[in-house]
Design a protein around this ligand. Sequence first.
Ligand SMILES: NC(=O)c1ccc[n+]([C@@H]2O[C@H](COP(=O)([O-])OP(=O)(O)OC[C@H]3O[C@@H](n4cnc5c(N)ncnc54)[C@H](OP(=O)(O)O)[C@@H]3O)[C@@H](O)[C@H]2O)c1
Length: 261
Amino acid sequence: MDLGLAGKQALVLGASRGLGAASARALALEGAQVIAVARSTETTQRWRDALPANIGARIHPLKIDLTQRAQVDELVEQATRIGPTDILVNNGGGPPPGAAASMPLEQWTHYFEIMAAHLFHLTGRLLPSMLERGWGRIISIASSGVEQPIPNLALSNAVRAALLGWSKTLAGEVAARGVTVNVVLPGRIHTDRVDELDQAAAEKQGKSRAQVAHESANSIPAARYGRPEEFGDVIAFLASTRASYVTGAKIRVDGGMIRSI
Ligand SMILES: NC(=O)c1ccc[n+]([C@@H]2O[C@H](COP(=O)([O-])OP(=O)(O)OC[C@H]3O[C@@H](n4cnc5c(N)ncnc54)[C@H](OP(=O)(O)O)[C@@H]3O)[C@@H](O)[C@H]2O)c1
């Protein structure tokens, strides 16, 4: 299936590692030019350099700290200088663990700002050009925790629910103008972030990380963690011309982890 991504310009946030890197790689393999954003460009350069040269040449690492509002605006300027953005993948680092009952106000406001408001703002700045050209893809990476809250991840469960409400609202506003807006919900895809969370759980429960990971994988119907490339392929499809009638959706990539229909 030709995904029709050759020559499209994608902006992928949080792309030095994990789900963002896998998404950037999948888009580049399908022919897109990808601006890969993270605080570290060296990490992106390492995985880029491992790709065949013609595909690696489609990856453009960009050093931006998405917690800084001024840098979010700078990102729009820099990306637009390279060309108009066709595909935006909203992503970034996850928040620290913690209980809902004891979360300080400063943490709620800080993480709402960086995990929601900055992404809404960035999208709003890139959207007019997509609407003018009658084509765009806005894909946000959230978490299975928006459907089934993950214990002790109150910030992630709560703030990402806002991302869903925003995404669904925006999808309705732009659907007739060729721009699709979707959210992807990873379950447990094996990245650095999942290793860190397993380590935190292991320390809390007095177990080894391997033991926590084993139990966690066995609680998933697929009986394993997902591979980042399995996640990246779903992003590439949603970004494609072939996914033109998929909008306002939340797509699980979780090996059957969420049990509800
Ligand atoms: N993996 C899963 O199964 C899973 C499940 C549910 C939800 N999620 C969520 O999905 C997102 C991606 O997950 P992941 O597993 O790929 O996480 P990860 O391995 O921690 O990678 C996070 C990426 O975001 C970048 N990043 C972090 N802070 C940033 C900042 N201030 N500015 C710019 N870039 C920043 C990191 O690069 P630098 O450090 O170089 O900046 C890295 O490339 C996270 O929010 C995570 O909580 C993941």
